[in-house]
Design a protein around this ligand. Sequence first.
Ligand code: SAM
Length: 227
Amino acid sequence: MLDYPEEYRDGYVIFMGQRFITDKRALIPRLETEELVKYCLKLLEKNPHIQTIADIGTGSGIIPISLFSKAGRPLTVFATDMSQEALDLAKENLQKMKNDEWRMTNEGIFFLQGDLLQPLIRALQNFTPEEILITANLPYVREVEINLWLIHEPRMAFLGGVQTGFELYERFFDQLLAWKERPKKTHIVIEFWLWQRDIAETVFQKHGLQYSFFADLRGIERFAYIC
Ligand SMILES: C[S@@+](CC[C@H](N)C(=O)[O-])C[C@H]1O[C@@H](n2cnc3c(N)ncnc32)[C@H](O)[C@@H]1O
């Protein structure tokens, strides 16, 4: 049996140079997700018209809080999760950063509970930005693999589906394409599992999406940019 994770015992992790509270309410942030954040920071730099970002399946909030604090310009930020417990943790992380590190009080992130893009679509009903960046590190593990490793972290943070583990992302893209009023320019950056690149490519091609892949530090293509 896997040992109780050190990160839960310590109660924090360092991600993108900042200290985040971590506990059993959400997935322990993984180092490789820093590559997604770094890519998004460059994307924001190259696209000054992006003023709205949304992170889907935010867990402890590492992605939106890192982007919010490091983008170097004001952004309207949404963070969604199916798990209210994870959102509570993400809110605590935002509050902690404001109190301890940033010493700022006014700006915030809108935390929304619900399934994938649905709470974002509802929130943007009366205000659709021209351009948006959507990030997602959704669960991508297959059910059969879960019992091998998943002992201490929430099951909801891992389970991507039964066949490929990419099923939740497939629903994400179905919701995106059914969103009639979506921003004219929608940039999406996602993280998935080691061997899901070709499955992801099939889904993107099926929907006629433009995409490119980028690699983690070991050179494995497990991130995609879709526009
Ligand atoms: C792999 S964890 C990633 C957490 C965080 N983004 C990170 O990188 O550390 C996936 C997150 O998606 C959430 N989630 C699972 N199913 C969801 C759904 N249908 N809609 C929204 N969020 C979901 C889980 O609760 C979990 O917090």
